[in-house]
Design a protein around this ligand. Sequence first.
Ligand SMILES: C[S@@+](CC[C@H](N)C(=O)[O-])C[C@H]1O[C@@H](n2cnc3c(N)ncnc32)[C@H](O)[C@@H]1O
Length: 301
Amino acid sequence: MKKPDNKGHSEEYFGDFRDHWYNQDFLELMAKRWELKNVNSLLDVGCGQCHWTRIASSFLNKGSHVTAVDSDPKWAKSDEKLEKFFSERDIAFQIEEADALNLPYKDNSFDAVTSQTVLIHIENPLNALREMKRVLKPGGILFCAEPNNLVASVVKDSITAEFRIEEVIEWFTFGLIKEKGKIKQGKGDNSVGDLLPKFFSQLQLKDIRAHLSDKANVIIPPYNSEESKSMLDFRLENYYEDFMKAETKKQFEQFGGKYDAVLKRAEKKMDEYKAELKDATRNQTYYDVSTAVMYLVSGRK
Ligand SMILES: C[S@@+](CC[C@H](N)C(=O)[O-])C[C@H]1O[C@@H](n2cnc3c(N)ncnc32)[C@H](O)[C@@H]1O
């Protein structure tokens, strides 16, 4: 397991913008479809800072039990905010360090098991899902929220809308090489959401359903809504910063230099894009509908 260090797993991707990924009425509909009112014990695997744990738990009845686990010791501990959230709802909460591939629970332990953007980080997601199914009670529900992140590389914002055809293709190629490189590294598939119905079926889960989140995040001047602000802050703070450059370099290395020219051109383009983004934000001319393809896939044991 990972040793504690300054940065936790996915730390750069945590932040308030994560609270804007879904429409509340859509979540209510999903909770109804998943019959969460009948769930008395829920396990959230790969909880991070518990953004998803809190969303899913908000549909449970008083007196329910929620367990959250993460393999990163930095996230596998509670804090005041979490304690307050669960005690206000009269839900028993525990959080533990555990690996999705080796959950420390007996077979048939939980009414529901879930995860969000975790399987994208796991080399063999089918094995993780098999383990999640093992700890699920017969008749219980497994529901996972996992994306296709590649689509985002062809979604236009007010800057990329001006790209020439060749530039759009390169932008996409860059994203595709990164994604394939990450898979080759054994660090997971950033678009694993596409494959979840297949995995659920291979595990012989019943009543398999797949839905798409109906939320698209808008960034519109003067960027003063909570949503616009948190989305834009995230973009400005993280856009192709050093940690992403280092990650990208390793992903490209998986192809033994074959795509080095693509990387060189893309890095230049990224730097230009970043400068334009800053200018456009300052001038309040930047617009985006930050579409993410987020699948919500469920099945029963
Ligand atoms: C992108 S974050 C998602 C966190 C949370 N589910 C959410 O949606 O806000 C991915 C999380 O999965 C955890 N993770 C990665 N591999 C794991 C594994 N094998 N077992 C358990 N947790 C894992 C990471 O430590 C990280 O906290």
